[in-house]
Design a protein around this ligand. Structure first.
Ligand code: GLY
Length: 563
């Protein structure tokens, strides 16, 4: 779609403003320092080990992703999927690796409905039917071969060691294992690995995973050949199907990662690069930013600013429900959705003093998608960058662990729309674009993102199911306001996803005064039980040469910067 005259004028004005404010000092072309922020200090250390062994950011991404599969078994893993957003310093190229799970060939649109057509949530959350065909092992091979400098085996070595020798659990592990203890007990395999006497272990317990170490070693030795086409594939299919699944050997043998062009847009003088479908992240993020660009947010009082951001979220998440799904199955009008003129139309009924009821927005044709998931960010001294969000969906995924693999299978099938306008585990609704079909990828909210201002470059992302996009939006707004990454990851969180028509906010996220001001405008507020998200962020300031990394204070992550 051609840029409209108005869009051109805005673009030229932003470019002129950027030129006028350009610092006289030359900008750095490479950070000269390395940084990693991940949800677990052992995973951050794994990435550092590989960078110090001569690897680049992409080798570090392999090491961090594999280590997270071991030390955060509730968040991501070899039985799940991932999105990797890459920036290669040598040629400035940006790549997006889609390693999302796919539905098995035997999947059907009504597989999660009972004989009365009612959605049976248990089927899409626990057991073999909930599991899509995993993509992470294929992504690790792809990353190492296409982008890395080191052998896959070298990058996987820290994870293999952590699985073989064990890692120490913390309070977050105890919370996740406690939350899923009943399902883990029912799995028959995973409980022996992750629980002690059938209960969540106390912090400080050592978890050793010899089967997972052997599966990782096999991937290192044969580039995941056994995982997708050999003995491990046979165990995975047998284990998934013994737990009620519908997997075939062919489902694994034909799995492929896809490279897709990232979503790129602008917010004032900031270039935003983010996740394309089958993630909804980049499109929803840019739709919201395009609406917000119409306002001088810094000039608004806090309550009005929050109101406007909430209204932008509402409208962008509505489009998620209506238009988004796997691009290999659904035509998505991407250019239209992220066009500035379309944002004007979306905001035509946005007033500063009243909430717009979601019921007054155009209805969604028919539904869309983990509380868990994980994110990490990497930059190396040369300027290669990675923003990666990985998932097995809800904590410990489907809790199915095929015997002899150490692999926890995801429950990402719940991210499909099981039936029109039927909310999934995140309360998200969707339409036909995200219905279940063989080999299709379920719509995701994972939003690994780069932001590039005139002098500052940011890398960010977070877990958090449907709230991922609103958290990244708040993080981008903090970046745009010139704040450091410690502020992006710590900023109080609030969220609106169109339906249900409520503003969710984390405990302590809204002062009584702000809550009253939003209620007076007609918003219904709902405090969610505990704080949410686990953002991992990096900032490279090309003017000062400073590199900073920050882990969400709500988590137990590790942020490291070194020369
Ligand atoms: N399972 C979380 C997501 O992909 O959005």
């Amino acid at each position: 779609m051609n840029m409209s005259r108005r869009t051109w004028l805005k673009f030229l004005a932003a470019a002129l403003a950027a030129l006028l404010t350009w610092p006289l000092a030359a900008l750095e072309t490479a950070p000269g320092a390395n940084a990693i922020a991940s949800a677990h200090p052992d995973a951050t250390a794994a990435g550092r080990e590989v960078l110090e062994a001569g690897g680049n950011a992409f080798d570090a991404a392999v090491a961090v992703a594999a280590a997270l599969a071991v030390v955060e078994p509730y968040s991501s893993g070899l039985g799940g999927g991932a999105f990797f957003l890459l920036h290669r310093a040598a040629d400035g190229a940006e790549h997006f690796i889609d390693a999302r799970e796919t539905a098995p060939a035997a999947a059907t649109a009504d597989m999660f409905l009972d004989e009365h057509g009612e959605f049976v949530r248990e089927r899409s959350l626990n057991g073999g039917l909930a599991a899509g065909i995993p993509g992470l092992p294929a992504a690790l091979v792809h990353l190492a071969h296409q982008y890395g400098k080191l052998d896959l085996a070298r990058s996987l070595a820290p994870a293999i060691r952590l699985a073989r020798e064990g890692f120490e659990t913390g309070p977050r592990y105890a919370m996740m294992a406690g939350y899923r203890a009943a399902a883990l007990r029912a799995s028959g395999t995973a409980d022996a690995v992750f629980l002690v006497d059938g209960e969540a272990p106390a912090p400080g317990t050592r978890i050793v995973q010899p089967d997972l170490a052997a599966t990782l070693a096999s991937i290192a030795a044969d580039d995941a050949e056994s995982f997708y086409r050999g003995e491990i594939a046979q165990r995975l299919v047998a284990g998934a199907n013994a737990a009620g699944g519908i997997w075939s050997l062919d489902d694994l043998a034909t799995y492929e990662v896809r490279e897709r062009p990232p979503i790129v847009g602008r917010y004032h003088d900031i270039r935003v690069v983010s996740a394309p479908p089958p993630s909804s992240g980049g499109i929803v993020l840019l739709e919201a930013l395009n609406i917000l660009e119409r306002y001088d947010l810094a000039a608004l009082d806090e309550a009005t600013r929050l109101h406007v951001v909430i209204e932008a979220m509402r409208r962008a998440y509505r489009d998620r429900a209506d238009f988004l799904g796997d691009p290999d199955f659904t035509d998505i009008p991407v250019a239209h959705l992220i066009d500035k003129d379309y944002a004007d139309w979306l905001a035509r009924d946005l007033t500063l003093d009243h909430a717009t009821p979601s019921s007054s927005l155009p209805p969604v044709g028919a539904k869309p998608e983990g509380r868990d998931t994980t994110h990490f960010s990497v930059i190396d001294a040369a300027g290669n960058r990675v923003a990666a969000t990985l998932s097995i969906n809800t904590p410990f995924g489907s809790t199915v662990m095929p015997p002899g693999t150490g692999v926890v299978l995801n429950n990402e099938m719940d991210d499909f729309s099981a039936a029109p306008l039927t909310p999934n585990t995140y309360g998200l609704v969707g339409a036909g674009a995200n219905s279940v079909a063989p080999h299709k990828r379920p719509l995701s909210s994972m939003t690994p993102t780069f932001v590039e201002g005139p002098t500052r470059i940011g890398i960010l992302g977070t877990p958090g199911g449907s709230r991922i996009i609103s958290m990244v939006l708040i993080g981008v707004l903090e970046f745009a306001a010139g704040k450091p990454p410690t502020d992006w990851v710590a900023a109080p969180r609030y969220h609106h996803q169109y339906l249900p028509d409520v503003v969710q906010y984390e405990a302590g996220g809204l002062s009584a005064e702000l809550a009253a001001a939003l209620t007076a405008r007609g918003h219904t507020l709902s405090e969610v039980g505990r704080n949410y998200g686990n953002m991992q962020a990096i900032l490279w300031d090309r003017a000062s040469g400073k590199v900073e990394a920050a882990s969400d204070p709500r988590g137990e992550g590790g942020a490291d910067v070194w020369p």
